[in-house]
Design a protein around this ligand. Sequence first.
Ligand SMILES: [Zn+2]
Ligand SMILES: [Zn+2]
Length: 296
Amino acid sequence: MVQSGSGRLPLEWFRDRLATLATMHQKEIAIAPLLKENLGLQVTVPHGFDSDRLGTFTREVKRYGTQLEAARQKAIVGMELTGHAIGIASEGSFGPHPAMPFLPSNREIVLLIDRGNDLEVIGEAISTETNFSHKQVTNLEEAKTFARKAKFPQHGLVVIANADANGITKDKDLIIKGITSEAQLIDAVQWALKQADRVHIETDMRAMHNPTRMKIIAQATEDLIAKLQKTCPNCNTPGFSVADRLPGLPCGLCGTPTDLTRSIVYRCQKCQHREEVLFPNGVETADPGQCPYCNP
Ligand SMILES: [Zn+2]
Ligand SMILES: [Zn+2]
């Protein structure tokens, strides 16, 4: 990776400052030690924080806004609960991989807001390593087969009775979350089969029941740290990171600009100083197969 002319984070910027991590799913296990070790931040989890009112994976409460808006809202609520000037939150999403749509993927963001310095930096990780899955089953054997593929019982499961075709119910009492033992699974499926012929079963994506996801959250935290550690060469504010990718990598045969990235732009949130780095992937020409003129 080509570096911009950024500086190194002054050690005292975050050291021993108090930060609130708004979670009720034990994400501090993945996030707090990394921030302590690398930035010196003291991360605490607020009492009485209810992230479920900002949306649930099991859809009985719709998510507040986009993934980024939901994370930002959590961080703000956390800061309000504790009065700390630094708020941290994470938010995950699951769906087809943007570059490989036939593969399921997990995108995690970990956001840090530093109110004292008017700063917001977003760490990100995307991975195809996820057990994210769901199924409608009609008997216990099918449920057990699903469970084996979903890495149960190390990963938790959710059973929903009387759900619609999309696995949605508005009735909280028809959702059993946090199933982590064979006995719980049998009880839940048998109970749900009494309510309807088909039972919706899915992976529990809450971090404390999903070690695979916890690992991706740690990767997003590492990305956040790497971004914070780069400072603006003009004003020294942390988080001097890539704000834009500009297309136009020239075709190797005829020189026509292609849609491939020619340069990346780093920008400072505080002073708007920008730096453009050419050929970030180390290649200066595009394959003619990507050229709109050679290969229309
Ligand atoms: Zn700056
Ligand atoms: Zn060409």
